[in-house]
Design a protein around this ligand. Sequence first.
Ligand code: T5A
Length: 207
Amino acid sequence: MKRGSLIAIEGLDRTGKTTQTEYLLNKFKELNIKHKLVKFPQRDTQIGKLINQYLTDKSFELSDEAAHLIFSANRWELASQIKDDLNNGINIVLDRYVYSGVAYSSAKGLDFEWCLSPDKGLPKPDVTIFLKFQNIDEISTRKGFGDERYEVAEFQDKVRMMFEKFENNKEFSKVFVDNLGKEEVHNKIWQIIKPLSEGCDEELSFF
Ligand code: T5A
């Protein structure tokens, strides 16, 4: 039996990650392919609750380093479950993952390599789709933008520059989304995911 594929959807705030993970999950359902969604931050765990408080209550004080480490700890909480599910032939769709962790924290000025270090050893996606927006002003007009700590256009621009540092990584796939409807973005993503939809022959790799 093939193992499941590990697929990550990444991007700035409000770029449509949740919308696109839903399209993808519906497609897997339609095709009778075993699948599961894992969203980061996973706000339901004990660590996740702390992250939720940090994101929604701007008066909640935490050093940038400590904030970075709790986002990483949240991924480690779910790592063995992800490995087990992949080994059981289930495709896992990740709504944000390691690259978000590094991009957001390094955009605050933390060392890029240091930011990657606590995630070393986590399962590496077979493909990471990066929803690339050129016009940050358009995202900031989307419903809900500004509700949470990092939803500030100037900061999002810095995060984008950090994400761009991953663009040469083998499994990193950019999808330009400016002025595209939800369905159009999905069609572009599906072209990339389709070859991995029935699972993966290659051994799982790790950060
Ligand atoms: N973070 C996260 C870190 O700092 N470190 C980490 O390690 C991790 C994992 C919360 C914050 O945490 C930070 C990054 C974030 O600032 P989150 O819960 O994923 O992370 O928060 P958001 O990115 O804001 O996630 P959202 O669910 O709010 O936004 P999505 O998923 O990108 O966008 P979505 O799909 O909900 O769509 C937003 C709006 O746009 C519309 C939708 O209908 C919706 O109204 N939309 C479109 N409109 C027009 N055209 C399209 N193509 C559209 N697609 C969607």
